[in-house]
Ligand binder design. Structure first.
Ligand code: SF4
Length: 481
């Protein structure tokens, strides 16, 4: 049995993944998506850039060594007291960890002498996450660092209280390891049972699944078992629901809601309103047809602009604004504003602002709050005209928030535009349409800007996202009449 830092990282996202990675049939694991590969490449790039800032400091790079060869070499180098080890291997008992850096420090002694080593990871993101007025350190980063320290403590006989990472901007970020110790201990105990298969687990479909190689496998399992996580907005809450006796979608469709709001069956954290909504969704899922409720109104008599943005949150970059303008039965050719290079973001945002300024009375259809949030960010970043933004906000109609959520339910576990538009009969022209793929295509375009095909693929995909909104809006319109 071998337990790695990655197992602990994954545990913070999904324990079934930890189980499958060691016990699942590798043939059932999908290929690594281009976006995940891109993230790996970005991670390596961040590491390379940081290492270049270290100047003349003597660095021992063990990146090419296997675990078997790297572990004794790392130990030997630490005994010798070298200043810095890159991609060393920490191995003790069943644990194996590969921190990006092992840095020699002199403020404490260890079994090696009057110095010790500190593990530091170089991350392609920020360690601290803002949440409203508070902030917290990312649990998956913390679990990895606690894991390294645990193994290192067994090797050098000492540990620290503060964990550190180097973030995407090359800055050191610190956190108190004590704040994660109890959670980490529980997680490690679970991981030690999941990896050797002493404990089995079940999938719970949710947002963590999008980039996971086991997605198709888990989706098949969920469908076959009529698992509650096959319903929209159930996710990991399924575990509490199953404990209370709601083991399948059929159970949920047939439940007496009141019974599960009172002891002994009361489900902690899920109120009557949520249970009612789940019951309706379960019936819709079993019936296979969307349930559209009356009472909604759609903006009338205005120009319609279907608007969608392509952005890369990992770079904090917006690279395309696409708009499909419809005036009654007349449709203008699809328009887009693209930043051919990241440096063009401001120029492109200004061109889009000029477009917004030029538009008279209109309604902007979108499918999330992302467009509004992104425009606000760009306005603040480049001091763009606030009146233009305010006018846009007043004219925006979010199909997801104003129609899909309050007035409908669908026989699918996700209410994203891809699933909903698919049910109403819309098909994307691209064989593999998705926002994360768009990010990979943009990255390919940057590698070879002369090749227009990647940009064309993004534009086509963005246009289809706009057309998918048209299809959803018209579906509701027909149901209304
Ligand atoms: S697809 Fe989802 S449920 Fe399945 S292992 Fe991956 S993250 Fe977990």
């Amino acid at each position: 049995m071998k337990i790695t830092a990655l197992d602990l990282y994954n545990f913070t996202k999904c324990q079934h993944r930890v189980y499958l990675d060691s016990n699942g049939d590798p043939k059932e694991k999908g290929e690594v998506s281009p976006f995940v590969k891109l993230l790996w490449e970005r991670g390596l790039q961040t590491e390379r850039e940081y290492l270049q800032t270290l100047g003349n400091i003597q660095l021992f790079d063990l990146g090419d060594l296997s675990i078997e060869k790297g572990a004794p070499k790392t130990l030997r180098l630490m005994h010798e007291g070298v200043p810095l080890i890159y991609q060393g291997v920490l191995k003790s008992d069943v644990y194996v960890g590969r921190p990006d850096l092992l840095m020699k420090r002199f403020d404490h002694s260890s079994l090696f002498g009057k110095f010790y080593y500190e593990p530091i990871d170089i991350k392609a993101g920020l360690g601290w996450k803002e949440q409203g007025n508070s902030r917290r350190f990312k649990g998956h980063y913390a679990f990895q660092m606690l894991f390294y320290w645990m193994v290192l403590e067994q090797i050098q006989g000492m540990s620290l209280e503060i964990g550190r990472i180097i973030n995407v901007n090359g800055n050191i970020e610190e956190f108190l390891m004590e704040e994660f110790r109890a959670l980490f201990a529980t997680g490690l105990k679970e991981v030690k049972r999941l990896v050797p298969g002493l404990k089995t687990s079940e999938p719970a479909l949710g947002s963590e699944c999008n980039l996971c190689g086991w997605y198709a496998h888990c989706q098949r399992w969920v469908n076959k078992h009529g698992d509650p996580s096959g319903l929209f907005y159930v996710g990991k809450r399924k575990f509490q629901m199953k404990e209370a006796g709601l083991r399948t979608i059929s159970d949920i469709a047939g439940m007496n809601v009141k019974e599960f709001t009172l002891p002994p069956k009361k489900i902690h954290g899920i109120g009557e309103k949520s249970l009612q909504a789940m019951k309706i969704r379960a019936k819709v899922m079993l019936g296979g047809e969307p349930d559209i409720r009356g009472g909604y109104t759609l903006p009338m008599g205005k120009s319609e602009i279907y608007f969608d943005i392509e952005d890369d949150p990992t770079r904090n970059l917006t690279y395309l604004f696409g708009v499909l303008v419809k005036d009654g039965d007349t449709e203008s050719p699809f328009r887009y504003f693209v930043a051919r290079h990241p440096d063009d973001e401001e120029k492109t945002a200004r061109a889009f602002w000029a477009f917004l300024y030029s538009i008279g009375e209109a309604v902007y259809y979108v499918y999330s709050h992302k467009e509004r949030t992104t425009l606000r960010k760009l306005m603040e970043r480049y001091q763009l005209d606030q009146d233009v933004f305010d006018r846009y906000v007043a004219s925006e109609y979010d199909l997801y928030a104003k129609l899909i959520l309050p007035y409908s339910d669908w026989p699918t576990h996700s209410y994203g535009i891809k699933n909903i538009a698919h049910i109403v009969g819309f098909r994307w022209r691209d064989v593999d349409p998705s926002g994360v793929n768009s990010i990979s295509w943009y990255s390919k375009h940057l590698e070879d800007p002369e090749d227009e095909s990647w940009l064309q693929r993004i534009v086509l995909y963005n246009e289809d996202d706009c057309r998918a909104m048209v299809a959803v809006k018209e579906f509701f319109e027909h149901r209304q009449s």
